[in-house]
Write a protein that binds this ligand. Structure first.
Ligand code: SF4
Ligand code: SF4
Length: 250
């Protein structure tokens, strides 16, 4: 029998617990959220038009794909808090980015092993670096895939807002067995999309990359690279638009 959502949740929780037991890890995460998309969801095909024709369908990553598991690892409150002040990304925020990317790769490895032990298959791109550095187009956008799975809704800051907020990271894994799919949430979680208020993410982007009606991806990426240079090239981060705002932690 294939893994259930309950099994998946427990593998993710055990992996987090083992990982945080490692004395080199300083980041902490709150209860993960999990949501599943059907690999046949018509929105996957639409991503080829919305993002790029190079964006993969689940069955291009895994022949015979049936479901896409997506999960959100919300940062503990001190992590977004640490990044509120100043122009540069905080060291704690940069560490959380690196440590969470590693955690996602271990979670996917552990899930894959358990899935294969049951006679099924799984495949998933890394938490980051799954995009072209030239045009900054992703061939597997975790946040769009997570939207399809109903893990949250987009905010004005172009990030996914989940029921635990938007400060955290998303992982995903394509599998060749069926899992229950939830309906996508219909209520807006972004105050701007709800009633036109807030826009705090735009105020926080002092670099001018994020505006009410536009997003300058190249300018944003240049800020991420500035911070990466500060942190030995290992953390393309900024996140000022996702901290100290009403949707950061819910
Ligand atoms: S900061 Fe406000 S406007 Fe921006 S995404 Fe969050 S809720 Fe929406
Ligand atoms: S990550 Fe930084 S540069 Fe990019 S939109 Fe957010 S605040 Fe602006």
């Amino acid at each position: 029998m294939a893994l259930s959502i309950r099994d998946i949740k427990s593998i993710i929780n055990e992996t987090i617990s083992d990982y945080t037991g490692n004395c080199n890890i300083i980041s902490k995460w709150k209860e993960p959220l999990i949501s599943v998309a059907s690999a046949d969801d018509l929105y996957f095909e639409k991503l080829k038009r919305i993002i790029s024709e190079k964006h993969k369908n689940p069955d291009e990553l895994l022949p015979g794909a049936e479901s896409v598991i997506t999960y959100f690892l919300p940062f503990a409150e001190e992590i977004p808090k640490s990044n509120e002040a100043g122009r540069d990304a905080s060291l704690i925020w940069a560490r959380a980015y690196i440590e969470t990317n590693r955690l996602i790769s271990i979670i996917n490895k552990n899930l894959k092993k358990e899935i294969e032990d049951k006679g099924y298959n799984a495949a998933g791109p890394a938490a980051t670096d799954n995009f072209s550095k030239k045009d900054l187009i992703s061939y597997w956008s975790h946040k769009h895939v997570a939207w399809i799975a109903g893990l949250g809704r987009f905010g004005l800051h172009k990030m996914l807002i989940t029921e635990a907020g938007s400060a955290g990271r998303i992982g995903s894994l394509v599998v060749d067995f069926e899992l229950p799919v939830k309906a996508r949430p219909t209520q807006e979680l972004c105050l701007y999309y709800k009633d036109g208020s807030c826009k705090e993410c735009i105020r926080n982007c002092v670099f001018g990359a994020l505006e009410e009606n536009s997003f300058n991806r190249q300018l944003c990426y240049s800020i991420l690279k500035e911070n990466a240079a500060k942190y030995n090239g290992s953390a393309d981060v900024c996140g000022k638009c996702t901290v100290g705002v009403p949707c950061a932690i819910l």
